[in-house]
Design a protein around this ligand. Structure first.
Ligand code: AMP
Ligand code: MN
Ligand code: MN
Ligand code: MN
Length: 289
């Protein structure tokens, strides 16, 4: 079984449209795919509709409702994934709307800083370049990074973060995300499971990571990602230990943003046998291995 519980579309900072992403998942014979756009569930009804007409008869793809919510915890920006959420929940959509507004306001502030540095019109261009719909999707720093690359202000996407957009860099604007326990509440009230996204990407000591997992479990959080296509074995084992210590289930996903050399949908994300997979606790979508 290929189960991939973390992916993005053009409704946030993914490069593929919903249709392109689903076609790719079918081509790569993915069995279960969660679409987890940043602070946004707008891709999911579109995906559900597309699959109703185009799913494979031989090896159908199961869609899982998901979202990746930006939160703050101490001085860190932590991403919390909601899985198996009811994406038609009006309450969830209203709540995510407040995050989308914060995203637009932050993007404008970042672009004001860029303007002061001599680069004007980046906000408008980032919307145009990405054919972005402010009414629906969630804008992110990735959209701004694309403009900086296109204008040759930086030579790579990563450099846009290391020079301008990353924490405390030249055009950085501190976000004002919700707290982790609030995100857990939003996810639970949409009948989903709350999972810490990519805990190995936060540039945090193991001591802080254990503190995060412990706080998260105490707030009623359900799981954490312990596997990523590029994660080394030792770190994966540490993640599994921390999850188990705190009674958290284990999730895995490619965090697919688009075709690249490093990640592919459903690839290299099989969970070790020692952990309890998050998807065995889903209540809305039943997944049989
Ligand atoms: P935002 O959600 O607006 O904070 O934008 C961050 C997004 O940019 C992440 O979800 C990643 O997909 C992407 N990204 C790529 N490289 C970096 C980086 N070095 N630091 C932060 N975000 C990055
Ligand atoms: Mn992203
Ligand atoms: Mn993330
Ligand atoms: Mn992600």
């Amino acid at each position: 079984m290929k189960i991939d519980l973390h992916s993005h579309t053009t409704y946030s900072d993914g490069q593929l449209t919903v249709e392109q992403l689903l076609m790719r998942a079918l081509n790569y014979q993915v069995d279960v795919l969660a679409i987890t756009d940043h602070d946004c569930v707008d891709a999911l009804p579109v995906a559900e509709k597309w699959l109703a007409n185009n799913n494979s008869k031989k090896k159908p793809l199961t869609l899982v409702g998901g979202v990746e919510i930006s939160t703050k915890w101490h001085s860190f920006e932590i991403h919390i994934i909601g899985l198996d959420v009811q994406f038609d929940s009006d309450v969830l959509k209203q709540r995510l709307q407040t995050q989308k507004v914060k995203r637009i306001e932050r993007a404008q502030k970042i672009c004001n800083k860029l303007e002061a540095l001599g680069f004007s019109g980046v906000f408008e261009e980032s919307i145009g370049l990405n054919a972005f719909d402010l009414e629906q999707g969630a804008i992110s720093r990735a959209h701004i990074a694309n403009v900086l690359v296109k204008r040759n202000i930086v030579s790579t996407f990563q450099q846009a973060f290391s020079q301008y957009l990353g924490k405390n860099k030249k055009a950085y604007v501190k976000p004002n995300w919700i707290e982790v326990d609030e995100a857990i509440k939003w996810i639970h009230e949409a009948n989903g499971k709350a999972v810490i996204a990519h805990p190995f990407h936060y540039d945090m000591t193991t001591k802080w990571l254990r503190r995060l997992a412990s706080d998260f479990a105490n707030w009623g959080g359900d799981g954490m990602e312990v596997k990523h296509p590029n994660l080394d074995k030792k770190t994966c084992e540490l993640m599994c230990t921390i999850a188990t210590e705190n009674g958290l289930t284990a999730s895995a996903g490619s965090d697919f943003h688009g075709p690249s050399r490093w990640t592919e949908l459903g690839k290299n994300i099989v969970l070790p046998e020692t952990v309890k997979p998050t998807w065995t606790t889903f209540e809305n979508v039943v997944i049989e291995d």
